[in-house]
Design a protein around this ligand. Structure first.
Ligand SMILES: *[C@@H]1O[C@H](CO)[C@@H](O)[C@H](O)[C@H]1NC(C)=O
Ligand SMILES: *[C@@H]1O[C@H](CO)[C@@H](O)[C@H](O)[C@H]1NC(C)=O
Ligand SMILES: CC(=O)N[C@H]1CO[C@H](CO)[C@@H](O)[C@@H]1O
Length: 471
């Protein structure tokens, strides 16, 4: 049954460390998979007639997780991928002869314009059908001009289109049995297939890496805003359980639409200040290779102090370093990285400086309906989650699987951090001495003190020289 696309998919699966455990435990799992080729933006999802009939005849459960998660995708593209593709998927689902459940994966931030978010679908600010028609005749410039007005209180096109998609699912559900799962900020895995699995820079992961590399030093966030991270395997287990529940409850009710807020903040809260602390600790003990400076992030809720520190601890060092690179005949590159980092941070700021309350009664209800055996196999109970341990695995996962750094490189990375610390001490000392020399050293007494300080610094430096050669 394996066609060309399936071969490609399977090769990808077999190459990924993510599936190593599966391969060991179920060597012929590949025989259970049929991959089909599709394109969300094209008519009928670009499925061939044969593929469509295979799907229509055989599918029992649809998990619709395809979407763009780029926060600032142009509105037209975000509509195509998040709203119109959902409509096409639902149309196909309506033709399926044995469909029991349709699961739509949304986001907990779809209704981030509210402070308390219940497990219901809220009506969006505009009718999606009208918006689809309107966007159809507008050119890209016009859409870009209108976008801020359209998205209103929401920070980006992602949350806006996800809200529209939820409403579309509600409107076009017909007699289908539907569940909407809303995860918050999806992070590395907690347990399955192993702790700390992650393979992308999405969401906060890119920021964590920038912090570990010592590029990110200051960030606009509130120390006590809830960091609603949720491990990816919790989301997957909860989604599977939701499908089971909606499917098995069908006997009692002809049709249902359940919404699950798959979040952690209400049950086991973790705050951005604590996230910062964990990152600080992990990357000091297990540094990333070739760090730019020592990892040390400070969260600031005041936009003005944050702006000041951004200039002092991001832009100035980057300019200095680029100047140094240019002098040495290399291409400057640090300012480019910093600019990209700032763009990513502007997008995340909204989420790191606000807190929300999500009602999770349906998730609790789901858990209570599961047998003790299923609770173990499909565990998604985040009360058991130990955040510090999770964050350490998350950071180490990024080092290993995203940056592909070997653990054998750790001693060298630690040495590099020590060198950076010595450079900083030297730099600060030279700065103090210069300031003293230029502005203060006028009187005899000042000169005496100055000689004393210089000799002290000299001793200090030679001590560090000795200690770093000893290491
Ligand atoms: C992170 O480390 C830096 C330097 O050691 C420290 O100033 C800062 O307060 C630490 N942050 C937290 C939250 O521990
Ligand atoms: C999710 O379910 C899998 C499969 O039973 C299990 O191995 C894993 O530990 C569960 N994930 C969590 C976070 O408990
Ligand atoms: C555990 C949990 O998240 N509880 C919240 C459920 O939602 C209500 C509001 O609807 C909050 O008050 C609870 O804290």
């Amino acid at each position: 049954m394996l066609g060309k696309t399936s071969d490609i998919v399977l090769i990808v699966i077999c190459l990924s460390q993510l599936f190593e455990r599966l391969q060991a435990e179920q060597p012929d799992f590949a025989e259970k998979i049929i991959a089909v080729n599709s394109d969300l933006t094209l008519l009928e999802l670009d499925l061939s007639k044969e593929d469509q009939s295979i799907l229509v005849e055989n599918i029992n459960i649809v998990f619709h997780c395809a979407a763009t998660i780029r926060f600032n995708e142009p509105l037209k593209d975000a509509m195509q991928l998040n709203v119109l593709a959902t409509q096409k998927m639902l149309a196909l689902a309506h033709r399926m002869k044995h469909l029991e459940v349709f699961i739509h994966v949304s986001t907990a931030y779809a209704h981030c314009d509210r402070e308390v978010i219940e497990e219901v679908v809220y009506p969006p600010p505009v009718n999606y059908r009208k918006l689809i028609d309107t966007l159809d005749w507008m050119d890209d410039d016009l859409v870009a001009t209108l976008t801020p007005k359209l998205i209103g209180e929401r920070p980006n096109t992602y949350t806006y289109t996800k809200a529209l998609a939820e409403y579309l699912v509600l409107q076009e559900a017909g007699d289908l049995n539907i569940a909407i799962v809303r995860p918050s900020i999806v992070g590395a895995s907690w347990k399955e297939p192993f702790p700390g699995w992650i393979d992308n820079f999405n969401g906060p992961s890119g920021i964590f890496i920038a912090a570990g590399k010592g590029i990110l030093r200051t960030m606009r966030a509130s120390n006590d805003a809830v960091a609603d991270l949720v491990p990816v395997d919790v989301v997957i287990n909860a989604t599977l359980a939701a499908a089971w529940f909606s499917g098995s409850q069908r006997v009692n009710r002809p049709r249902s639409l359940m919404v699950y807020n798959c979040t952690t903040g209400g049950i086991n809260p973790f705050h951005w200040g604590e996230v910062e602390n964990c990152i600080n600790m992990t990357f000091k003990n297990n540094p990333l290779e070739q760090a730019f400076r020592r990892p040390n992030v400070n969260l600031r809720s005041n936009p003005f102090t944050n702006q000041y520190w951004t200039t002092v601890s991001h832009t100035l060092p980057a300019l200095l370093f680029d100047g140094y690179l240019t002098l040495m005949g290399h291409k400057p590159r640090m300012m480019k990285t910093i600019t990209r980092l700032h763009k990513a941070m502007v997008v995340l700021e909204y989420f790191t400086s606000h807190s929300w309350v999500w009602n999770t009664d349906n998730v609790a209800m789901l858990l209570s309906h599961m047998s003790p055996e299923d609770k173990k196999v499909f565990n998604f109970d985040v009360r058991q989650l130990h955040w510090a341990e999770y964050m350490e695995n998350y950071c180490m996962g990024m080092k290993k699987y995203v940056l592909n750094e070997e653990l054998s490189g750790l001693p060298a990375a630690r040495k590099h951090l020590n060198k950076l610390r010595n450079i900083r001490y030297t730099f600060n000392t030279v700065l103090v001495v210069l300031i003293w020399r230029i502005f203060i050293a006028r009187s005899q007494m000042a000169r005496n003190i100055w000689y004393f300080v210089v000799s002290l610094c000299f001793k200090f430096l030679s001590y560090f020289r000795a200690s770093s050669t000893m290491r």
